[in-house]
Design a protein around this ligand. Structure first.
Ligand SMILES: Nc1ncnc2c1ncn2[C@@H]1O[C@H](COP(=O)(O)OP(=O)(O)OP(=O)(O)O)[C@@H](O)[C@H]1O
Length: 463
């Protein structure tokens, strides 16, 4: 079985290196800086690991990190670019001695002998499972940082498991008995950002009929998870920075500060460090939050995780032995898929295939790929079907299915059903995502993903 790969490789080879300013630039100081698996950022900002005093260099200019392929250098959308031998580069891997130019500064790169990093022999961390060396190296890092109070920024495409990583970190920490509170920064309207983060007193502003507690207070002693941090309105970013630095908050309309003891975890799908140069995210807040960075690879970059993930998902559905009904051919097809919705897409496909498979029959997960990751069908561009029509909407569209391939037609019906279901749900729950999640019996992250996919607006969460 393909599952046999699990647990066999406990070491990954990472190719690192070191950088320093060349002789002509060295007047501005600095010795060698080692490049390991924690990213090294070079730029003018004082919080960068290599600070360049060069007016032609951007605040955060380029990032260096050791990977299995060599040292990855990424230009962070700098104004004047990163050059190697006169060629402007965006994202490259260095394996040999190289001179780079950033602004008017020259940097020398030297590779180091490949370093072997031992990765967790256990292919799981709390609720997370994986067998790829990359993910298991992440589990190793997670287990080291779980007991600390360090702020962690988790990045990755949608559905890669950012929220699950945050939960796992909380559960493995000494704070696990205290609350884990999620704040969805993506659904905070700019005018209510401060009140949503720090709470408000009764009557603090029009519409503030009741006092509202800050999620920082709700999470006291535990962990606060700032989801979609990249969407946080710019105006409230300095206030969040202050709260994180001083560990105290003041509610809107309140007269005094209150100390809070929370660990902060954050996630974003956006390339936040790049957003800094674009002026959409404050550099000081970025460096404050990204004390540790965990970058979750897309599922297509770690397809060897698919068998263990499928097994775990069937176990979660209450029948781990059903894994025997998943053929090697199905697993191979899953491994060739592109996974735009990542692990969430896999979970949906497994759930649908498991529900539809007859007793004892093969569970054909590959037949349900893409069904729940359709390109958004915006209400304005689709036939006018009243929200809430649900199955009726699907059946009324059968006429247009004639002569089309079954899988393609089924995807369309499902996409319409999803859109109508969530439009009606949103209307009933007045756009409140938590309420929608309760009614639909789903996780909030899933509800949000469906709303985004179908272009249905959600209101700020009233928790
Ligand atoms: N390594 C894993 N092992 C088991 N389940 C996983 C793993 N990674 C993700 N999942 C599952 O995949 C789904 C999506 O995960 P999650 O909501 O954490 O993703 P996300 O990156 O926060 O997504 P988004 O950016 O859209 O909010 C969840 O059902 C989660 O339980």
């Amino acid at each position: 079985m393909l599952d046999a790969t699990v647990g066999t490789k406990n070491r990954v080879e990472v190719r690192g290196g070191r950088i320093r300013l060349t002789k002509s630039s060295a007047a501005r100081g600095g010795g060698w800086i080692e490049i390991g698996t924690d990213p090294v950022i070079v730029g003018r900002n004082a919080a960068c690991q290599l600070v360049l005093d060069d007016a032609k260099v951007s605040a955060v200019h380029a990032e260096f990190v050791a990977t299995e392929q060599g040292v990855r250098v990424r230009d962070l959308d700098s104004r004047n670019g990163t050059f190697v031998g006169g060629v402007r580069v965006g994202d490259i891997y260095l394996l040999t001695s190289t001179k780079l130019r950033l602004g008017e500064t020259e940097i020398q790169f030297e590779p180091l002998r490949p370093e072997r990093i031992t990765v967790s022999a256990i292919p799981s961390f709390g609720p997370l499972v994986a067998s790829s060396p990359g993910m298991r190296a992440i589990f190793e890092r997670l287990s080291k940082m779980a007991p600390t109070d360090l702020t962690v920024l988790i990045t990755g495409e949608t559905g890669t498991g950012k929220e699950l990583v945050a939960q796992a970190l909380h559960l493995a920490s000494a704070r696990s008995k205290k609350p884990f509170v999620v704040v969805d920064c993506g659904s905070i309207p700019p005018t209510l950002a401060e009140a949503t983060l720090f709470g408000h007193e009764r009557g603090a502003f029009t519409g503030a009929v009741d006092k509202r507690l800050s999620p920082f207070i709700e999470a006291d002693g535990g962990t606060i998870f700032l989801d979609e941090l990249g969407e946080l309105p710019l105006e409230v970013q300095p206030k969040l920075l202050r709260a994180l630095a001083e560990r105290r908050i003041k509610s809107v309309g309140g007269s005094s500060y209150r100390e809070v003891d929370v660990r902060v975890l954050a996630a974003t799908r956006r390339d936040l460090v790049r957003a800094v140069n674009g002026g959409n995210f404050r550099s000081d807040l970025y460096f404050r939050v990204a004390q540790i960075k965990i970058e979750l690879p897309a599922l297509r970059q770690r397809v060897e995780d698919i068998p263990v993930l499928v097994r775990r998902m069937l176990k979660d559905l209450g029948d781990e032995s059903a894994y025997e009904r998943v053929s090697n051919m199905t697993l191979e097809r899953l491994m060739r898929h592109d996974w735009p919705g990542n692990v969430r897409e896999l979970r949906n496909a497994v759930a649908v295939a498991f529900a539809l498979a007859a007793e004892g029959e093969e569970i054909d997960i590959a037949a349900h790929l893409g069904a729940l990751t359709e390109t958004p069908v915006h209400p304005s561009s689709s036939p006018s079907i009243p929200p809430g029509a649900g199955g009726g909407a699907a059946s009324s569209s059968f006429a247009s299915m004639k002569g089309r391939q079954f899988q393609e037609a089924k995807r369309d019906v499902l996409a319409r059903f999803e859109r109508d279901y969530f439009a009606a749900l949103s209307e009933d729950a007045k756009g409140n995502v938590s309420e929608m999640a309760r009614r639909a019996g789903m996780e909030r992250a899933h509800v949000r993903a469906y709303l985004r996919r179908h272009g249905i607006g959600a209101k700020q969460e009233q928790e």
